[in-house]
Design a protein around this ligand. Structure first.
Ligand code: ZN
Ligand code: ZN
Length: 64
């Protein structure tokens, strides 16, 4: 692989690459998405992943 990009941002805009830390962790400069190559169970806390795990709550007037 010659280029790495945030799998989330790349779907919205051009791939801009990610910052790779010394331990191999990759962090997206745009959205903060984090990839741990050695820890597949890691749960990213970026805005996109939080939205994926927490769907929009029901609207108040429909619940009343
Ligand atoms: Zn991103
Ligand atoms: Zn994320």
């Amino acid at each position: 692989m010659s280029h790495t990009g945030c799998p989330i941002c790349v779907t919205h805009t051009t791939s801009d690459g990610m910052v790779q830390l010394s331990d191999g962790t990759q962090v997206c400069k745009k959205c903060g998405h984090v990839i741990f190559p050695l820890e597949s169970g890691f749960r990213c806390e970026c805005i996109h992943c939080i939205q994926l795990r927490n769907p929009s709550p029901p609207t108040p007037f429909l619940a009343a």
